[in-house]
Design a protein around this ligand. Structure first.
Ligand code: CP
Length: 317
């Protein structure tokens, strides 16, 4: 009898810039590793030594609660040292460029920079200019890969698989890096994705990403196994493009009434922060079908997986 040799998992990326640039195998490796790390979070001593001696720097040019805290906890659970740079109180205020800040953090011997920036492509530019690992924690409207991963991890834990699932993404698709990362990740894993929003919030040509577009929210909800509800990005400059909030809630808001026509066990996700009463009602956000807070917890596990594999890739060189 021939002995089956288990293939050693491989990770060859220096950076995590987007799910567009990962293979199905890369994504599954991160999800499987995230599942293993998730168990550590329920232990009384929530720490393993995997990143002992490594330094992770959180460099956030935009506000964040979930992503920044989650990366900090993820790094600490792996025993890394963590530095948080608040750009408001750093030399960014004196005009230092992103590249110069990144090169100085590299010179300070950090191993990973987790960067959030309002410009699409900022993380990729930094990755080209430093030798240490860059993790994109959200760049403009481009991608938010760890949010995509934690959404997919939550869905996979809840429903057992991704292949063949019908997932609807509802809301401000045009301005959403979360939508883009979800679309790349879900379609690579074989889900059928539908996007739904007022026409001004659907980017032209989105079908080329392998998704269907629904104008009517009842169509988007009808057959869906899960729905990812996006936030109306009220802080953006393009507010003139946005529909009236009360009108939006009436036409596209996720409410109890609307969910009566959906599958009984439909999974309700939201990346946060929530605008209650605009894109989702409080009853649904806090109700039995919602996995919104599970997403937040799973975010730590999947970010542990990302930091772990980036550190492995560097050691393999
Ligand atoms: N989902 C998300 O990115 O939330 P924060 O902006 O709080 O990080």
């Amino acid at each position: 009898m021939t002995k089956q040799v288990k293939k050693k998992p491989r990770w060859s990326h220096k950076d995590l810039l987007g799910l567009e640039y990962l293979s199905r195998e890369d994504i599954e490796l991160l999800l499987d590793t995230g599942d293993s790390f998730r168990e550590i979070l329920d232990r009384s001593i929530k720490k393993v030594p995997a990143l002992r001696g490594k330094t992770v720097v959180n460099l956030f040019y935009e506000p964040s609660t979930r992503t920044r805290v989650s990366f900090e906890i993820a790094a600490k659970r792996l025993s890394a040292d963590v530095i948080n740079i608040a750009t408001e109180t750093s030399s960014v205020k004196k005009g230092e460029t992103l590249n110069d800040t990144g090169k100085n953090i590299e010179a300070l011997k950090a191993d990973v920079i987790v960067v959030r920036h309002n410009c699409s492509g900022a993380a990729a530019m930094l990755a080209r200019n430093v030798n240490i690992s860059i993790v994109n924690a959200g760049d403009g409207w481009h991608e938010h890969p760890t949010q995509g991963l934690l959404d997919i991890m939550t869905l996979r834990k809840k429903l057992g698989h991704i292949e063949g699932l019908k997932v609807s993404i509802i809301g401000d698709i045009a301005h959403s890096r979360v939508a883009r990362s979800n679309i790349w990740g879900l379609t690579k894993l074989g889900a059928k994705v539908t996007v739904c929003a007022p026409s001004m919030l659907i980017p032209p040509g989105i079908e080329k990403m392998g998704v269907s577009v629904a104008d009517d929210i009842d169509d988007a909800l009808g057959e869906a196994d899960a729905v990812n509800v996006l936030r109306m990005q009220l802080e953006r400059d393009e507010k003139a493009m946005f529909p009236q909030q009360s009108e939006y809630f009436k036409t596209f808001g996720i409410t109890e009434e609307r969910l009566k026509k959906a599958k009984k066990n439909i999974v309700i996700m939201h990346p946060g922060p929530i605008n209650r009463g605009i894109e989702i009602s409080s009853k649904i956000a806090d109700g039995a079908n919602s996995v919104i807070l599970e997403q937040v917890t799973n975010g730590i596990a999947v970010r542990m997986a990302v930091l772990f594999w980036l550190s492995q890739a560097k050691r393999d060189k």
